[in-house]
Design a protein around this ligand. Structure first.
Ligand code: ZN
Length: 306
């Protein structure tokens, strides 16, 4: 166990991971308002949408409109998720609006097949073509590995296989590899053991990012385990929005405001204005018209003056 880092980077993924999982489509106007508020919180990385096929994920049919309408500070790195080369081509029509692209595949054959209808090998080949083209356009690239800690269909996912996929992503040009606990199966002991192995396999030049879902309430415990293992980059969703298209019922990411509250109380700097973030999550709650999973949205920030 190394000491906790003094600061961390947080990528907000709610506008993609969250909005895509809502049963109803959020109005483009509301998406833009919410993303613009996120831009006022000090967040420096925001994944704003995904260029998936509108007939597959109709919730994100307005990716281009959202990307063109948002007004974010210049120091916010704007990323979009792209599932394939066609998605990248659509994203590149808005090249001046984006800084990063994120690609993804699963470490489980069954989950990958159900999610993108490809084998892992086919996905790696496709992702490599996307990364090559994205890099040639000067875009920063993240590769996210879903079900990196366990699969709802296959159960155990061999960590060596995850490391091999991560290596392939780096060899194909990814600057950053995200390890996704897509269906909330990770536990803190496993997280603390696996990140050092993956770090050893990938070397120090690659940014390793933890992406935990709070499906079983273990998201923040896994964050603490990752911090102890030297991880200083995280992805989360405001309001605890988020999930995964397969299987149904896979619920939200760790809430960004819960993550920020915990880290700041631990003395780990996030650069994020928690009250401004809570405003964003409250706006999301009002737009969706239902209570959200976030704890800090309900309780408010820790206030030592009381
Ligand atoms: Zn996710």
């Amino acid at each position: 166990m190394s000491a906790f880092p003094s600061s961390v980077r947080i990528r907000e993924v709610g506008p993609r991971d969250g909005f895509q999982n809502e049963p109803e489509t959020i109005a483009t106007y509301d998406k833009v308002r919410l993303i613009d508020q996120l831009g006022r919180t000090g967040l420096r990385r925001i994944e704003v949408t995904s260029f998936v096929r509108p007939d597959v994920i109709p919730q994100l049919h307005d990716a281009a409109a959202v990307l063109e309408a948002i007004e974010l500070p210049d120091d916010v790195s704007v990323s979009v998720l792209v599932p394939n080369e066609r998605g990248l081509e659509r994203a590149l029509e808005h090249r001046d609006r984006i800084d990063e692209v994120n690609v993804f595949l699963s470490a489980s054959e069954t989950h990958n097949r159900k999610n993108v209808n490809r084998s892992i090998a086919e996905s790696i080949a496709g992702v490599a073509r996307v990364l090559e083209r994205a890099r040639s356009e000067g875009l920063r690239c993240e590769g996210v590995i879903s079900t990196a800690f366990g699969c709802p269909y296959e159960g155990h996912v061999p960590p060596e296989r995850v490391a091999e996929i991560a290596r392939a992503l780096v060899d194909a040009g990814a600057h950053e590899v995200g390890f996704g606990d897509t269906t909330g199966m990770a536990n803190p002991r496993q997280v603390g053991e696996l990140f050092p192995r993956w770090r050893a396999a990938l070397g120090d030049a690659v940014e390793l990012t933890a992406h935990f879902h709070n499906t079983r309430g273990q998201g923040l415990a896994n964050v603490v385990a990752a911090l102890g293992a030297g991880v200083d980059s995280f992805e989360s969703s405001f309001g605890e929005l988020g999930g995964c298209p397969v299987p149904p019922g896979a619920t939200g990411n760790v809430a960004t405001e819960d993550l920020v509250s915990m880290l700041e109380e631990m003395g780990i700097a996030t650069g994020i204005d928690l009250p401004a973030l809570i405003v964003a999550s409250g706006m999301a709650r009002d737009v969706l018209g239902r209570p959200l999973g976030s704890h800090t949205l309900v309780a408010g920030p820790v206030d030592w003056r009381r």
